[in-house]
Design a protein around this ligand. Structure first.
Ligand code: GLN
Length: 483
């Protein structure tokens, strides 16, 4: 069988058009590869029958020249997007057997564009995590290994770890992710991929299992920037089923190719040179600024003074919203139920058994910061700081067009590390969370390696709804990096 693992969406589309292979052939290849790589644990549910049926339909359309944008392209769907008739768990025991009877808007948009679903990808429980170690269905392995110790297994990042690992190991051509505080960008960075978090509101949240509604945003994890633009094109829509979905006109994201970065100002926020930033990452960041300079862009130092408060703010707002959103899992309406003699113990037992440790920690924090006695001191304060963080960006974008930073303070770490101290795990998100709080579009593109040949991602943050410049900057990084 031909090896299709290194195809991008773009090259697969052209292969399908030229009839070098069919979608059924592609799909069969990925099915076999997924089965051979079960130990990576990328998929919670495999939907091979659906995939083969859809692929055959796509092949017919291709024969009739009625291709849609992603016709016949096999992808992975994060198990946070409700899929009609297909189990959707959000990585949790409490939804272990939940089969939705409706389709999320993002997944519907992708199927309407001809994409083929290979399965539902593994994730941190309710998207809470940075290592894909909190899933009820077990952790996901990063296919990459450190150069000096090929027996060491690393985390793929989280929470979209199943999606990232699946794309990096060539089990599908692309996958969806969701990003609340970094869950698309961080795993993309850990797995050497492209991860795009669009502006808040660009993709509908309808049918996405909610974690923190004012932050959650869907986006693609892909091998190339062009693929990310293509995926976003199909995922984005304005949707009356989500009151926060934007009515702004959706541009042709592939126009990033025509976007000239010459003369653009690239802001380097001094506050992102945080203590503990790995020196290899520092170096790649420096290289990045040189690449932009040689393209004729101007590098300017900027200040985002409230950066240090972003992480604590996020870890108040996200758990607060989660505690409200996850109140619906009570054992009555749907999902897991612990059968108990009375209603109170039914509620509490269901939730005690149904949720994992990290989710329970967040629900307790969230309930605490929203409680009558502490609302003003924590939640309200956090909302105010969130506004200040947003203002920081607004001011900064008066003197620059884009912001260039590292994606993460460290590279992929061994499974088991950072597990005992939650704060250490939360520190993973220190560089991704600010853009989330401000609702800004941001991309992570693999830009270099450390001494162990582990990938390092650079992040580009843009103005609201300016995904095109963000993609253009991502593509510059892609062109200049030396691999
Ligand atoms: N790692 C962060 C958290 O645990 C972000 C998760 C996300 O973006 N879904 O909350």
């Amino acid at each position: 069988m031909t090896d299709y693992s290194s195809l991008t969406i773009q090259s697969a589309i052209s292969g399908l058009r030229k009839k070098d292979f069919t979608s059924v052939e592609l799909t069969k290849f990925f099915i076999e590869k997924i089965q051979k790589n079960n130990e990576l644990n990328c998929f919670i549910t495999k939907t091979f029958e659906i995939a083969l049926k859809k692929a055959a339909e796509s092949d017919e359309r291709i024969l009739k020249n009625s291709n849609r944008q992603l016709e016949g392209i096999p992808i992975g769907m994060k198990d946070l997007f409700c899929t009609n008739g297909v189990k959707t768990t959000a990585g949790s025991k409490i939804l272990e057997n939940f089969v939705p009877f409706y389709e999320s808007t993002v997944s519907k948009n992708l199927w309407d564009s001809g994409a083929v679903m290979l399965g539902k990808t593994n994730m941190d429980e309710f998207a809470m995590g940075s290592a894909n170690t909190t899933s009820f269905f077990g952790n996901v392995l990063n296919p990459l290994k450190p150069k000096s110790d090929k027996n060491k297994r690393l985390v793929p990042g989280g929470s979209s770890g199943g999606s990232a690992s699946a794309v990096a190991s060539g089990l599908c051509l692309a996958a969806t992710g969701s990003d609340t505080g970094g869950s698309i960008r961080q795993p993309a960075s850990f797995c050497g991929l492209v991860g795009l978090k669009p502006t808040y509101g660009r993709c509908s949240r309808f049918g996405m299992i909610a974690f923190a509604s004012s932050l959650d945003q869907a986006g693609p994890i892909t091998k190339s920037v062009e693929d990310a633009a293509l995926m976003l094109q199909c995922m984005a829509s304005s949707d009356e089923k989500d009151s926060t979905s934007s009515k702004k006109k959706i541009p042709n994201f592939l126009d990033f190719k025509k976007f000239n970065l010459k003369g653009k100002k690239i802001g380097i926020p001094k506050e992102y040179s945080i203590k503990g930033l790995n020196e290899n990452i520092e170096k790649v960041w420096k290289n990045g600024t040189e690449w932009f300079k040689s393209e004729g862009a101007e590098i300017v130092e900027i200040s985002l003074p409230y950066t240090e408060f972003a992480l604590p703010t996020y870890y108040i707002i996200a758990p607060a919203e989660a505690s409200a959103n996850l109140a619906r899992y009570d054992g009555i309406r749907y999902g897991f139920r612990s059968n108990e003699p009375n209603i109170n113990s039914l509620y509490s037992k269901t939730r005690a058994i149904g949720f994992g440790k990290e989710v329970k920690r967040r629900l307790m924090i969230g309930t605490y910061v929203l409680s009558a006695g502490y609302y003003d001191a924590y939640y309200l304060k956090a909302l105010k700081v969130r506004k200040l963080i947003s203002n920081d960006f607004e001011k900064a974008f008066k003197s620059c067009d884009l912001i260039l930073t590292p994606t993460t303070p460290n590279v992929a770490f061994p499974i088991g590390e950072k597990q005992t101290d939650p704060i250490e795990m939360y520190l993973n998100d220190v560089l991704t969370v600010p853009a989330s709080l401000a609702g800004l579009p941001a991309i992570s593109v693999s830009a270099g390696f450390n001494n162990e040949m582990l990938p390092i991602g650079l992040q580009v943050i843009g103005k609201p709804f300016d995904e095109i410049s963000v993609l253009a900057a991502g593509s510059l990084i892609e062109r200049f990096r030396e691999f």
